[in-house]
Design a binder for this molecule. Structure first.
Ligand SMILES: [Zn+2]
Length: 431
């Protein structure tokens, strides 16, 4: 049958429309009608949502489709948010953090100013182990309060998805406590209003962060404890298993044992790879099909090529270089070799005490030679890939969750250029 030319155009089901967006930076992975440039930017845009899922985006003008909201048999209300001409991007995705810990490591920071290396501090049983002691000694309420405060700071700087690792308990009880706290962070801040809803928190088990002092002379027994007791007990509590594969931490063979068992149990894999030396972590990530390998300062070209072929996301953590006064990760080399590059804070008390993804964007551009397009892609959709959540978040496209950052700037080219201040006005996270 021929379509009836007088028939009303199909209406789109929506319960919310965000209007008056100055620039909508979609970072879409497919061409968007009316959008331009590698980031698929739409000027004077609107976004419509239904049940928290993006159902339409385009120009905020007379050509937009009609929206309707059927609520059972009744006509439901369509809520409207006025973006007041702000720039809107996907919510930032911080795919590598160590958010749950107690204690203070400022002394170490200043010792390093006097020339003591991070590796030397680790070898002296400081560094991670200082935080381990404080974390073991803290109660759940204290750890939760500290973590929640940090999560708020992240959100205030535009982050809507954050991965959080354990790794400061290093015994079964404390690791489990930390995993429960991380999972509970997801349930916090639940609110019927759209504006103040929850940040998505992705839990990672990092029992192999360091060998705890009670196992210093029997490290094999600690690896066995991780493999035989912790990993099976934490199934369902952690989405990822991560290992610190480094001279001062776990060897490639130990890392392989742990990650192989984790994979059998259904965990996705991450590796702290080649941060302080050529540790073999990148190669192992490719071998085991890890979702991401993180740091990569010392990874060889051959290992990077293996990672690319295996589809492992390369996560770069410039906050560490900034803090340790080390050379920055070789972003251009990775991009030129065709790797998918993500950026994250590595928020932790030792080597990157910073919740702010905007600073990582700035460092990526000013210190690592990434373009605005590359950096913003790395901080959004590629961060989502590093968490295997790219079907759900990381870009503004039909079918994805409404997770947006509102920037109080007139043009998105201000990102990275205007630095040292918070340019994010607020985030929107659909519940
Ligand atoms: Zn880390």
């Amino acid at each position: 049958m021929m379509p009836d030319p007088l028939q009303q155009p199909a209406r789109i089901q929506a319960d919310m429309v965000i209007r008056n967006i100055g620039q909508l930076v979609t970072v879409a992975q497919h061409p968007v009608p009316g959008a331009s440039g590698p980031l698929q930017v739409i000027d004077k845009a609107a976004v419509a949502l239904h049940d928290g899922v993006i159902v339409w985006l385009g120009r905020d003008d007379e050509n937009e489709p009609m929206f309707q909201h059927d609520a059972g048999n009744a006509v439901g209300e369509i809520a409207t948010i006025d973006a007041q001409g702000m720039v809107v991007t996907p919510g930032l995705v911080d795919s590598h953090t160590h958010l749950v810990f107690a204690g203070d490591r400022s002394e170490e920071f200043h010792l390093r100013r006097q020339g003591v290396s991070y590796g030397a501090l680790l070898a002296q049983g400081r560094g991670i182990l200082t935080t381990m002691q404080a974390t073991r000694g803290a109660d759940t309420q204290t750890l939760t309060k500290l973590a929640t405060g940090r999560l708020h700071t992240m959100r205030n700087h535009g982050t809507t998805t954050v991965e959080v690792k354990t790794g400061y308990g290093l015994d079964k009880v404390t690791e489990q406590t930390c995993l429960r706290i991380i999972n509970n962070l997801n349930a916090m801040e639940t609110s019927p209003s759209y504006e103040y809803s929850r940040v998505r928190v992705v839990p990672t088990f990092l029992g192999a962060h360091s060998v705890p002092p009670e196992y210093r002379d029997k490290r094999d027994a600690y690896v066995d404890l991780v493999i035989e007791e912790m990993l099976p007990s934490f199934v369902g509590l952690a989405r990822f298993c991560d290992v610190f594969c480094e001279r001062e931490a776990f060897s490639p063979d130990e890392s392989r044992r742990i990650l192989t068992r984790a994979k059998e149990l259904g965990y996705l894999l991450k590796i702290h790879a080649d941060q302080l030396s050529a540790s073999g972590g990148a190669k192992l990530a490719a071998e085991l099909g890890a979702t991401s390998a993180d740091h990569l300062d010392f990874a060889s070209d051959a290992d990077l090529d293996d990672m690319r072929e295996a589809g492992v996301v390369a996560t770069l953590l410039p906050g560490c270089s900034y803090t340790l006064r080390d050379p920055y990760p070789p972003a251009r080399r990775l991009l030129e070799r065709g790797l998918l590059v993500a950026l994250a804070t590595d928020f932790n008390p030792g080597t990157s005490y910073c919740e702010n993804m905007q600073l990582m964007l700035g460092l990526a551009m000013s210190a690592m030679g990434m373009s605005l397009e590359e950096a913003l892609t790395a901080a959004t959709i590629n961060g989502a890939r590093a968490l295997a959540l790219h079907e759900m978040t990381g870009s503004i496209e039909v079918g994805k969750r409404g997770e947006l950052a509102f920037w109080s700037i007139a043009d998105y080219h201000e990102i990275g250029y205007h630095f040292g201040v918070n340019l994010v006005h607020s985030v929107f996270i659909a519940s």
